[in-house]
Design a protein around this ligand. Structure first.
Ligand code: SAH
Ligand code: MG
Length: 195
């Protein structure tokens, strides 16, 4: 992997305010992936490919990441970035709305990373669970959404997002098939480890 190119991709994304995974969140996921060595990862929300490139280090031999992004420009940039770093054999981008694409997929995944439209998290969870392998792990980024989720905040345009993030937390917390931790790293990270 070309580390110099990866550093450039990160800098550019940050300068353009593209919401890439935060360092402390990445550190937590890195540790888990290093141990798990997943064969298949599903990512919902590619942006410019930064997190997918980072995760690709930990794939088992022959492993692959499927990642979904609806913004054409970002898909194009992600493809370029993945080539620059030299991991094009490991990452497959699916262009389109995850709400439409997910129900058409019938793959099995060891890891899912949810990092897209916050108002759709309960739906993303349902679809991810359907395709998750035994002992799979589902990560959900931005789960605490700037603190709104754990406060009595329920105003303005973020209301639907906050309601759905709370719904996501309720579902994974009550699900007897998984154990969930909510970490205050980055913008909040939910880690649900399934049986
Ligand atoms: N995972 C990336 C950051 C993703 S930012 C990283 O850490 O590097 C969230 C991305 O999800 C944005 O690029 C946005 O366009 C995309 N997105 C939001 N809702 C989506 C949806 N319903 N379907 C597909 N992509 C979506
Ligand atoms: Mg995020």
């Amino acid at each position: 992997m070309n580390e110099e190119e990866l550093a450039k991709i990160k800098e550019k994304a940050l300068s353009e305010h593209i919401p890439i995974i935060m360092d402390d969140t990445l550190e937590v996921i890195d540790k888990i992936l290093k141990e798990k060595k997943p064969k298949k990862i599903l990512e919902i929300g590619t942006a410019v490919g930064y997190s997918a490139i980072c995760f690709s280090r930990y794939l088992a031999e022959g492993g692959r990441i499927d990642t979904i992004e609806r913004e054409h420009e970002r898909v194009e940039e992600a493809k370029k970035n993945i080539k620059k770093v030299g991991v094009e054999d490991k990452i497959n981008i699916l262009e389109g709305d995850a709400v439409e694409i997910l129900p058409t997929l019938n793959n099995r995944y060891d890891i899912v990373f949810i990092d897209a439209a916050k108002g759709k998290y309960p739906f993303f969870l349902e679809q991810s669970k359907r395709m998750l392998n035994e002992k799979g792990i589902i990560f959900a980024d931005n789960i605490l959404y700037k603190g709104y989720v754990m406060s009595d905040y329920n105003k303005h345009k973020q209301r639907t997002a906050v309601r759905n993030l709370r719904e996501y937390i309720k579902e994974v917390t009550e699900d007897i098939d998984c154990v969930t931790e909510i970490l205050e790293v980055g913008d909040g990270l939910a880690i649900s480890r399934f049986n």
